[in-house]
Design a protein around this ligand. Structure first.
Ligand code: CTP
Ligand code: MG
Length: 372
């Protein structure tokens, strides 16, 4: 029988999210759910270490078949705690990081195959492409190991159960389990690792991981436009800002064409209707709502539909007002209404042609990119 320990008790400090890293979504499921799904086909028992306080949430993701234990202060502590819950009849134990969510079932199988072939410790490793220096505390290079002899190691790492148990019998801290087994005098076999077993440490690693799960299908784009005619005696609201001294536009809302175009682009990208169907006359609670309020509500609708915003752009078309001097302020207002999404704002005139060129009003065209 083969057991697997999935270390998921870290807080994900370097990732910087308000929730533990294992609970972060990659595509349609959490990092932990990916890790479990990838190991489950080749092991008989899975033990997951949960961050203290998140046991119930982790159980919910892991399902009834998986044993959930509360992790320890360090990764090594967590693995030691999990080992105590591993079935005594286990022959081999794989130790895996939830953070290496996309390590494939095939990689786990290769580790198991090498264990069956007689090795007591088997770990995946990737060739090092950079030249690596050993440095001293004062910041000087001590030596330059031969790059060809270096490997960046990954998980799942596989061990004979008795060997791993003995290596963890004395509490000691290490960044992987192979070093403890090696220190106990065992040979550690390296097999070929894989790019997709990358460790997700920062948001940019998550973006890289997305490229392995066919993110092209989960990205969607949309375009939205809006136009309003100038109306004397109205205050101008545009791109989330008030523009004192400028002529405002007609309409029952604040007439913020930039905000409205972005809302429609987001609705288009997520197939959630349009401005009219979401905030029109059948929804009186939105009568007179500001552009910023509509953006906030649009973000809610888009989020409920399961999408995150990658970025939005809006181009404002008209002779007045001049946007340039207040671009940063407008970007900040719209981005904050959209939960911090990246926003670009551009402006142009139309060389005296068309409605906005004749000075009769303002228009805007927006695009949005979202992902599931
Ligand atoms: N881990 C664990 N128990 C700990 C610390 C880490 O089970 N006390 C797990 C993490 O959940 C992760 C794996 O060990 O899946 C590798 O750790 P790392 O990538 O460093 O994750 P975190 O410790 O969560 O991240 P950070 O170091 O940025 O806080
Ligand atoms: Mg850590």
């Amino acid at each position: 029988m083969i057991a697997a320990i999935i270390a998921a008790a870290g807080s994900g400090e370097r990732f910087g999210a308000p929730i533990p890293k294992a609970l972060i979504h990659l595509g349609d499921k959490t990092l932990l759910a990916h890790a479990i799904a990838n190991l489950a086909p080749v092991v008989d028992q899975i033990v997951v270490t949960a961050p203290a306080g998140y046991e119930a949430q982790i159980k919910e993701i892991a399902g009834d078949e998986v044993v959930v234990v509360t992790g320890g202060a360090t990764r090594s502590d967590s693995v030691r705690i999990a080992l105590a819950a591993v079935n005594e009849s286990a022959e081999f134990v794989l130790v895996h990081d939830a953070a290496r969510s996309l390590a494939s079932t095939a990689l786990a199988q290769s580790v198991i195959d090498a264990l069956h072939a007689g090795d007591v410790a088997v770990i995946p490793g990737m060739p090092e492409v950079d030249t690596v220096k050993v440095v001293d505390a004062g910041g000087y290079v001590v030596s330059t190991p031969d790059r060809a002899s270096l490997r960046k190691v990954q998980t799942p790492q596989g061990f004979a159960y008795s060997v791993l148990k003995a290596a963890h019998s004395v509490p000691q801290d290490a960044t992987d389990d192979a070093v403890l087994v090696a220190n106990a005098g065992h040979m550690v076999r390296i097999i070929d690792g894989e790019e997709r077993a990358l460790k997700i440490t920062t948001p940019s690693d998550l973006a890289t991981a997305m490229t392995f799960i066919g993110n092209a299908q989960s990205f969607r784009t949309g375009v939205g436009t809006d136009a309003h005619a100038f109306g004397e005696g109205r205050e101008l609201w545009l791109a989330g800002l008030s523009w004192p001294g400028e002529v405002g536009v007609d309409g029952h809302s604040d007439g913020d064409v930039a905000a409205h175009a972005i809302c429609d682009a987001l609705f288009a990208a997520t197939s959630t209707g349009d401005l009219g169907s979401n905030f029109g006359t059948s929804r009186p609670e939105y009568a007179g709502a500001s552009g910023i309020q509509l953006l906030q509500e649009t973000l809610n609708i888009v989020t409920k539909a399961g999408y995150s915003i990658s970025n939005v752009t809006v181009q404002i078309i008209g002779n007045r007002p001049r946007i340039g001097a207040r671009r940063a302020e407008a970007i900040a207002a719209i981005s904050s209404a959209l939960g911090g999404a990246p926003v670009s704002i551009l402006a142009t005139t139309t060389d005296g042609m068309g409605i906005t060129g004749e000075g009769k009003g303002i228009a805007a065209i927006a695009s949005a990119l979202v992902f599931k």
